[in-house]
Structures are given as C-alpha cells and as structure tokens.
Design a protein around this ligand. Structure first.
Ligand code: NAD
Length: 497
C-alpha cells in the first residue's frame, strides 16, 4: 500500500515519519522544542510542504548539551563501554540504516530534492558504510611509550576523546553527513549534539532514534533541528561544547571559526569549492566527458566538490563542448521519486534564483550559454547548463554556483593550465584526464586540493580522508585523519621514586 504526500506516492513508514509531531531528540527522547516554534519543510521538486520541523533555539541546544555532557561523565554507561562494545554499537547503527535504506532514500528525496537511485546508492549506502568503517576503530586507538632521558620516569601517551562535539551540517547530504561526522566522533568515544540543516531535518532525527535502539546510551547522540543563527550559533557559543565540526558554506565557516576562537574551541571546517577539472588532448574523451558531466550534473551540481570549472585542451575543446551540450540536452529532469528522473531540483527558491542570476550574468558578460530542457510546473528546478567562451575572471569561473552549471575554459599547455587551475581561493577537489603518466604525476603534485582524481571523478570512501586546502576548510572528514580530529593526546608521566 502507498500513501500520497501531495504529488507523489511514498511508503507508509515515510509518510508516518513526516507526520510525526515536530521534535528535537534529546537524552534518548523525542521532545517538542521548548519554544514550540516550528519550521515548514518543503519538497524541492514540488515546492509543497511535506512536513514540519521543530525550530530548536538556544534553550533546546543547552538542554541537549547538558545531556551530552552527562553522557560523557567518566562514570556514564558510554564511558564505561569497552572499545569492542562501542564498535559493535556502531556496527549495529550501520545495519539499522541499511535495513531502512529505501525509506531513508525516500526521505532524502523529499527533504533534499534528491533522485531516488542516487539517494539509495550513494547517500544511504555511504552513511551506513561510515558507521561500519568506524566500527573497526575503537579497538585500534592506541597511545605510545615515549623514550626519555629522565631517569626514574615512565612517559606514555594516551588518546582521549575530545568531549562533547557540536556537529553542524548542510542540506545537500543530510544523512550522509551524519555518517561523516557522527561515526568517527562516536568511535573516538565522544558525545554529540547535531544541528542538521533546517531544510532537511528528518533523516538525522530518525538516525538518532535508531542509534538508541541499536544500543547507544541515551544522551550520547542528540539532534536539535533549528536555524543557523539561533541553534547553530548557540552550539558554537556553548561553553560545554569542546569541538565544532561543520560542513557548509565558506561564509558561515569563517563566522564559526571567529566565534569558536573566543573559547579556543577545536574546529573542523568542510566548506565550499570551485573545483578544477582538466581534460588533456590525449585523454579518453568519451570517458572524460561522461565523468566530468556526471560530476557537475549529479545532484544538480549541489555537491561541494562539483567539478564546476572545466579546462579543456584547445585542440579538443569544441568537440568536448558539443558532447557536453548533448548530455545537458538528454538529462531527464523531474521529481526524484520518478524512476526515469536524472536531474532533480535545487533545494529551495533562493538557491534557484541565485543559480539563474549566475547564468544571466555570464550571458551578459558575453559568454555562450547552452541550456538544457526546462522543467514544466512547480519546484525549484534549473536546467543543466554549459557555459563556454568565458574568461577565468568571470563570476561563473570563480564563484561556487551550487547548481547544474558547468563553465568550460580552453587551455594550450600544461604549465599554463596547472597555474590557472590553481588560481582559486578554494582547494577542495581537482581532476585530470590524461593517458600520460608523467603529466598525471606533475598535475597531482602541483594541484593544491584535498582530493585529486585522475581519470575519474567523485568517488569517496570512508577510509579516504576528505577535506579542503585554503578556503575550502581545514581538518579532515573520513579515514584515520577524521578520527584524530576527535581525539586529544595526553602525556602521562609516572615517577618511580
Ligand atoms: P550553510 O553554510 O548556509 O549552512 C550549513 C549549516 O550551518 C546549516 O545547518 C545552517 O543552519 C548552519 N548555520 C548557518 N548559519 C550559522 C551560524 N551563523 N552559526 C552556526 N551555524 C550556522 O550551507 P548550506 O547552504 O546548508 O550548504 C551548502 C554549502 O555547504 C556549500 O557551500 C557547499 O560547498 C558546502 N558543503 C561542503 C562540503 C564539504 O565536505 N566540504 C560538503 C557539503 C556541502
């Protein structure tokens, strides 16, 4: 049996989640926000309201931080748990996500405007894999003994969890970012207060409930939906929060870093990007074009590492542009719950206006703009768009657009393109397409980005660190580096007397 949420059929369990009274999840319980205020949640593909979220404020954040602080007490059930038990809980959380994979995927389609197949195969699957990967770490967090010239002294290092973590996440990967932030924090033994984006709160709230069912003690993971300026800021400012891990825009990341500095609070920032992607003349052109188009048009360009600046060797430039235009024309836009949809909407109306403004400006500045099929009806869509005949200094080549908009720029030689590709305030990802191994090595060394892809684009792995150079942020999510970000190192000196 299926129920209809406005325009599309959704499964009963998802409809039931969307119908839940607006709530925060604190100390193992779903509770209304203290103020009783709410935020409407819209389906980006129809523009219609599909649910209502609690609008948590500083009082709700305080309540959640108090719960997380109690759960971090040295005598708490969480701190008493052995590393092996902690790993098993993480594993069960990953299993619980996979058991409800189809429902989670539907929720992500409805909250974030995703396409069902990608939501299931990428977002949900990767979130689960984060928990499964980090489940292996608690038993492998070790200190060391320190060689010392002091007689009669033994020095050893221990790794301590950093404490209460405030996690603030973006709307583009609501569940997946929970995996990126929460799994390593729990593996390290921390407790967490998560503030998901106000646009996309549902999957994080459900995950927190499932985590308790999987054996996570109450108070270890708390979720407070709310607005950035209120709940987000309160989390950053709270004196009992030891670390902030943030994924979002560079502008908000800078504000968080400034505020956190007042308390010398640990901060990890995963911010925006304008990732460069280079197709050399000797590349497998079909693979390069497919990969590059997939990278920018997937999730309608709303990915932080989107390869939105494409440099193409002049000898193959026109052919590549032609192929890219054909792909833009062929992508089927629509609602993410329709099985045939390949291009979903943007997350909201203001994002839609922003993207359209960028395209308009590029046209006014003299660039050639090729626009794919428009989407009839409501919803916050923008067609797949290929901009060519642009210059490196135009906004379409320097600013993060966060839409399905690709700017193509020709180049003539290797040194020139590496210099131009690197002339960005960002440094999240970069890509090169070539069969020449020496060019590949030169480029991977020269490009200042946290991830460099050679002859491919877009994969991530829970074991591979992910993060930015320059204004794309600092610290790393995923892999051992992420875990390290949730640990302190303590030197223990024992005097033998
Ligand atoms: P955003 O910065 O507007 O919001 C991100 C989160 O921060 C939301 O939960 C929001 O409520 C909160 N927030 C807003 N103002 C705040 C404040 N003053 N104090 C504390 N919290 C505040 O970003 P967005 O529009 O949700 O997401 C898009 C951005 O995220 C893009 O720039 C994208 O590149 C970036 N992103 C980066 C990565 C990465 O790993 N580097 C991954 C995904 C998205």
């Amino acid at each position: 049996m299926t129920l209809s949420v406005e325009t599309h059929a959704v499964s009963p369990s998802v409809a039931a989640r969307l119908d839940l009274p607006p709530h925060v999840f604190v100390d193992g319980q779903a509770l209304p926000a203290l103020s009783g205020r709410t935020i409407p949640v819209l389906d980006p593909a129809s523009g219609r309201r599909i649910g209502t979220a609690a609008c948590g404020d500083p009082a709700d954040v305080d309540r959640a931080v108090q719960a997380a602080t109690r759960a971090f007490d040295p005598a708490s059930p969480w701190r008493a748990m052995t590393p092996l038990e902690r790993g098993k809980v993480l594993h069960r959380i990953g299993d619980a996500v996979l058991e409800r994979a189809d429902e989670f995927a539907e929720l992500e389609v409805l909250d974030a405007g995703k396409v069902r197949g990608a939501a299931r195969g990428i977002d949900v699957d990767f979130a689960a894999r984060c928990f499964h990967y980090f489940a292996g770490w608690p038993t492998k967090i070790v200190g060391s003994t320190v060689p010392t010239s002091h007689p009669g002294v033994h020095i050893a290092t221990e790794k301590d969890p950093v404490g209460v973590v405030g996690a603030i996440t973006a709307w583009n990967f609501p569940l997946l970012l929970c995996g990126w932030k929460i799994a390593p924090a729990l593996a390290a033994g921390c407790t967490v207060v998560l503030k998901p984006s106000e646009e996309t709160p549902h999957s994080a709230l459900w995950l927190a409930e499932l985590a308790v069912e999987a054996g996570l003690p109450a108070g270890v993971l708390n979720v407070v939906p709310g607005r950035g300026q209120e709940a987000g800021q309160a989390l950053v400012d709270h004196a009992d929060v030891d670390k902030i891990t943030f994924t979002g825009s560079t502008a908000v990341g800078k504000e968080i870093a400034r505020r956190a500095a007042d308390q010398v609070k640990r901060v990890t920032l995963e911010l925006g990007g304008k990732s460069a992607n280079i197709i050399f003349a000797d590349a497998d052109l079909d693979a390069a074009v497919e990969g590059s188009a997939g990278g920018i048009f997937w999730h309608s360009g709303q990915t932080c590492s989107a390869p939105s600046r494409l440099f193409v060797h002049r000898s193959v430039h026109d052919r590549v542009v032609e192929k890219l235009r054909a792909i833009a024309d062929d992508l089927r836009p629509g609602h993410g719950l329709d099985e045939t949809t390949e291009l979903g909407p943007l997350v909201n109306e203001s994002q839609q206006r922003k993207v359209a403004g960028h395209v308009r400006l590029a046209r006014e500045q003299g660039a050639s703009v090729h626009v794919g099929p428009a989407v009839p009806g409501e919803g916050f869509f923008h067609p797949a768009t290929v901009i060519s005949d642009a210059r490196d200094d135009m906004a379409c080549a320097t600013e993060e657009i966060f839409g399905p908009v690709l700017t193509v720029l020709p180049f003539d030689d290797v040194d020139e393109v590496l210099r131009r590709a690197d002339a960005s305030e960002y440094g999240l990802a970069a890509g090169i397409w070539t069969r020449d191994v020496s060019i590949a090595h030169r480029a991977t060394r020269a490009l200042r980005a946290g991830t460099v892809y050679v002859n491919g684009w877009g994969l991530t792995d829970p074991a591979a660190p992910f993060g930015g150079y320059r204004q794309s942020g600092y610290g790393r999510d995923l892999g051992p580096d992420a875990l390290e970000g949730y640990l302190e190192t303590k030197s223990v000196w024992t005097f033998h007397g």
